[in-house]
Design a binder for this molecule. Structure first.
Ligand SMILES: Cc1ncc(COP(=O)(O)O)c(C=O)c1O
Length: 364
């Protein structure tokens, strides 16, 4: 029998979340499939969303992994190229490039490519991480256009810092900066510059940010991008992170459980050991009382999370047996809830599920 720790990936839920995104925005949507499809497995996610207009990834290695599966959907490198040689690979494999700094622009202008590429021009509207200064964008556009390395249709793109707080004043400021910069680009009659700014939180809360392209990530995987919310209406969680009870023991009042004895029994207690730990991506910082689900009921984690195991106090549910399925997060135990008690967000938990956890597609 194999180790019971698995990530069950609900393909139907993923497709339904994508359909909801399309229906809500009316525009083109580029699923973000970086970081192993937010931890769900590149292959399962890209095959499930194989009719998307394009995918977004963080590196050429991630893009090549998708091409190696025989999936020919255009792929945008969201950070552009890290070195000039990647431009040749991009030409060969139909990768789209985000050009976000002068080094990338220079490399592209000099690159010995035969075909013009689809380019997205990154503008820094306030996140201050990537992108040209708004005052530079019209001259960058001119330079790229005259280089003949850019196709006649390009995209102006930016990214929100705080779209998950829709009342945050920076959201409107970023949108205003984006619109002002776009208005200053001189677009020749036979050229077109599309726009893209909305991520999941903006798609769900800010219709005025809808442009030609939306870039949904977290919402596709079915959890709320608003950290205070567990689930968002209409979205269905895609990952169910499961394991099983693999050992049960009784300990006496006053005995402790786990490394550094961070939990001590206050009564005679039954402890179930579950075969999942931080080596699988379950957060090591999960405190005592973090819930897991066994037989549909919440039971508290006790003791420190170790690399391969966690321990659960099942004193009040003595009928629990070895082999019972344990849900670490999933549709009935939102990853956002686990993230909150661990002082992180669900993005980190999902993308942190490690490579030793098999991803199993269900509801295909
Ligand atoms: C450039 C860019 N666009 C879109 C997204 C998608 O964001 P979300 O997962 O919040 O929808 C990300 C995610 O980090 C991103 O880096």
């Amino acid at each position: 029998m194999a180790r019971p720790t698995k990530a069950l990936i609900d393909v139907e839920a993923l497709r339904s979340n994508y359909a909801l995104t399309l229906q809500k925005t009316g525009g083109k949507c580029m699923p973000m499939v970086k970081a192993n499809g937010y931890g769900h497995g590149t292959e399962i996610v890209c095959r499930a969303l194989g009719n998307a207009e394009a995918f977004g990834v963080a590196s050429i290695e991630e893009a090549m992994e998708i091409r190696s599966l025989g999936i020919m959907v255009p792929i945008l490198l969201l950070e552009g190229t890290f070195s000039a040689d990647e431009i040749l690979t991009a030409e060969k494999y139909n990768f789209w490039l985000l050009i976000e700094n002068h080094r990338q622009k220079h490399d592209l202008i000099k690159a010995p490519i035969k075909k013009a590429l689809t380019l997205w021009l990154g503008i820094d509207t306030g996140l201050h991480r990537l992108g040209f200064h708004p005052s530079e964008i019209s001259s960058v556009y001119k330079d790229l256009m005259s280089s003949k390395k850019m196709k006649s249709t390009s995209v102006l793109a930016s990214h929100f810092a705080s779209a998950d707080q829709p009342d945050n004043a920076t959201v409107a400021l970023q949108l205003g900066t984006f619109d002002d910069a776009y208005a200053k680009i001189e677009i020749p009659p036979n050229h077109r510059v599309e726009q893209s700014i909305a991520n999941s939180a903006a798609i769900l809360s800010l219709p005025k940010s809808y442009r030609n392209w939306q870039r949904p990530g977290y919402m596709l995987y079915g959890n709320s991008p608003f950290p205070q919310e567990n689930l968002h209406e209409g979205l269905q969680p895609v990952m169910q992170f499961v394991s099983a009870v693999t050992s049960i023991r009784s300990i006496n009042n006053g005995e402790s459980v786990g490394y550094s004895a961070t939990w001590t029994a206050r009564r005679k207690s039954l402890i179930a050991t579950v075969s999942a730990g931080y080596g699988d991506g379950y957060p090591r910082h999960a405190p005592n009382n973090t819930p897991v689900l066994i037989g549909g009921k919440r039971q508290p984690l006790v003791g420190r999370v170790s690399m391969d195991m966690i321990t659960i106090d099942i004193t009040d549910e003595p009928e629990i047996q070895i082999g019972d399925v344990v849900t670490l997060w999933g549709p009935d135990l939102p990853v956002n809830e686990i993230a909150r008690v661990c002082n992180t967000n669900g993005y980190e938990l999902l993308s942190g599920v490690t490579s030793r956890v098999p991803r199993i597609a269900i509801n295909q």
